[in-house]
Design a protein around this ligand. Structure first.
Ligand SMILES: Cc1cc2nc3c(=O)[nH]c(=O)nc-3n(C[C@H](O)[C@H](O)[C@H](O)COP(=O)(O)OP(=O)(O)OC[C@H]3O[C@@H](n4cnc5c(N)ncnc54)[C@H](O)[C@@H]3O)c2cc1C
Length: 249
């Protein structure tokens, strides 16, 4: 076990030395890494579902810093989880790290956060690895037994790449206010996937919208996907201050 170290980084934000406690294979291209928060930093690492941390490898002479949405709900403290896709230079290196590896991590930040109000609903749309903050949203709602109606539309190219698919399916079965709709865009016709096929389109969005002025809309994933989803949300009449985005790639 490494000695815990806490330092002040840019803009006074706390940076901690942490290490990978465990690694879980989510899909053929995504792994979840559980990281430990040193006790001295528990307060600084309190977060709201949807926030991200910035990670670097302290062994690098010129550290590259990358953001990762926290994929676990706050109830898992003093641990948090990041789910990393085997994509891009840093993403590929992170994906290959074994348990026990030391990392440095900056305290949570970001405004893409879960907001709930009585009489409102939450509509989340995720493309590819953009589903990570929504596991934190949904896990938090489940931990609080929240009654807010919430729908997650998740799209992936292949059925095997639907991240957290089993967990979301199970939560939807046991937690009535939560609806989960996975859709797959590139499965071969002979593939046994029995769920929806095709992109998230206006018809699918409308089917889960409710009253646009009482819907909080969240889109996360690669930039072209997020921009397309925001355009659909605008066309559907969701006010600008209710459309939230987090995008990368
Ligand atoms: C707020 C925020 C949250 C993020 N959360 C996550 C997360 O939860 N999980 C995660 O895996 N990544 C996440 N990322 C992306 C992450 O920061 C890295 O960019 C990613 O791991 C790729 O590493 P790289 O930047 O070195 O890749 P580069 O080598 O610079 O990227 C090469 C290209 O690969 C493509 N690419 C890379 N990663 C992805 C991806 N995940 N999906 C689609 N295309 C991609 C893009 O076209 C990109 O331009 C997040 C980014 C931001 C800004």
């Amino acid at each position: 076990m490494l000695p815990a170290r806490v330092a002040a980084g840019a803009a006074g934000r706390v940076i901690v030395d942490t290490h990978i406690v465990s690694v879980h294979q989510e899909t053929p291209i995504d792994r979840t890494f559980q990281l430990a928060i040193p006790s001295e930093a528990h307060t600084a690492f309190q977060f709201t579902p949807g926030q991200f941390v910035v990670v670097h490898d302290p062994r690098e002479a010129k550290p590259r810093r990358r953001a990762y949405s926290i994929s676990s709900p706050p109830s898992t403290a003093p641990f948090l989880e990041l789910t990393v896709r085997d994509m891009g230079t840093f993403g590929h290196a992170f994906y290959g790290l074994p348990a026990g590896t030391a990392l440095a991590m900056r305290a949570p930040a970001g405004r893409f956060v879960l907001q709930e109000a009585p009489g409102e609903r939450v509509l989340m749309v995720a493309g590819g690895s953009g589903v990570t903050p929504f596991r934190a949203f949904v896990g938090d709602m489940q931990a609080r037994r929240a009654t807010t109606p919430a729908t997650l539309l998740q799209t992936a190219q292949q059925a095997e790449e639907l991240v957290f698919h089993e967990r979301f399916t199970a939560w939807a079965h046991t937690h009535a206010p939560f609806t989960y709709v996975p859709t797959v865009t590139r499965a071969a016709p002979e593939h046994p996937w029995a769920g929806r096929r095709g992109r998230i389109d206006a018809a699918l969005l409308h089917a889960h919208l409710g009253a646009p002025e009482r819907t909080r809309f969240y889109a996360c994933g690669p930039a072209p996907f997020v921009q397309a989803m925001l355009a659909l949300a605008e066309e559907a009449g969701i006010p600008a201050d209710r459309r939230h985005k987090e995008q990368w790639g």
